[in-house]
Design a protein around this ligand. Structure first.
Ligand code: ZN
Ligand code: ZN
Length: 255
């Protein structure tokens, strides 16, 4: 047994976690969700994309807003269902944001890393890839003590053997979930992080986020990162919450 696994097991025994969905005590191998809640989670993952008809974890379709903002590929794990907050995937996002549970971070990172590996060939030239994340609002970091998207992105970087770096800071004032429609685009504000300038020429940057609702935050970050000379930008979200109608622009009919 590796030292890291002994450490993991010791942490587990110190406080055996409960399923974030039903509250049942978990086995060591079960991360955040018990086996029966994992089955419901797998159903959430097994929906097909209405554009490419692949299962969501294997679909890389972006939406029209992100496509017009340099994010041609969006990797994800499942569809967020705002009408059913009790679904495991929805609870997982809540847990990551507020509970700082090690097993939930492991679960989320392993699942998203798996989708990334399925979408991108990382067998060679790992040095051309960099992982980053949509930075969380300063106020939210103060309230919760951490940036959950950063924690997921850092873990994914370790799993995939890719560099993690952060180039941006959030200047967003209100939480995006309190803002609707077009206002989300105005609310999503970011800026370059202070420090030595860095060129991303020839690099592909993978930007991680928890839920992509319209893509306003991801698009705003992509625009700034693009300004650093990036070759390609790929989005990687744990879940998507936009409607299928958001996949393509509405046709405009002229009379
Ligand atoms: Zn459960
Ligand atoms: Zn698709």
């Amino acid at each position: 047994m590796k030292l890291s696994e002994i450490w993991e097991r010791a942490l587990f025994l110190l406080s055996v976690p409960k399923c974030i969905c039903c509250g049942e005590l978990l086995d060591f191998e079960e991360k955040a969700l018990c086996s029966s809640c994992s089955e419901i989670f797998n159903e959430q993952k097994s929906r097909n994309c209405s554009r490419c008809s692949r299962k969501i974890p294997y679909c890389t379709c972006s939406n029209f807003y992100l496509e017009s903002h340099y994010v041609k590929k969006l990797i994800k794990v499942y569809r967020y269902n705002s009408s059913k907050p009790e679904l495991p995937g929805n609870l997982l996002v809540y847990c990551l944001k507020h509970d700082n549970r090690r097993d939930a971070f492991i679960r989320a990172s392993v699942e998203l890393a798996h989708s990334i590996e399925a979408a991108i060939d990382l067998s060679e030239n790992k040095e051309y890839f960099i992982i980053t994340n949509v930075p969380r609002r300063h106020k939210a970091i103060l309230e919760n003590g951490y940036d959950h998207a950063e924690m997921i992105a850092r873990r994914i970087a370790k799993i995939l053997g890719i560099e993690y770096a952060q180039f941006l800071v959030s200047k967003t004032e209100k939480p995006q979930k309190e803002v609707y429609g077009e206002k989300r685009k105005e609310n999503a504000k970011f800026d370059y992080k202070k420090g030595p300038e860095r060129s991303l020429k020839g690099k592909t940057v993978i930007i991680v986020d928890d839920v992509v609702t319209t893509g306003s935050s991801l698009a705003a970050c992509a625009a700034l990162i693009r300004g650093m000379g990036t070759r390609k930008i790929i989005g990687a979200a744990l879940s998507i919450a936009y409607k299928d109608s958001y996949l393509k622009p509405r046709p405009s009919y002229s009379r």
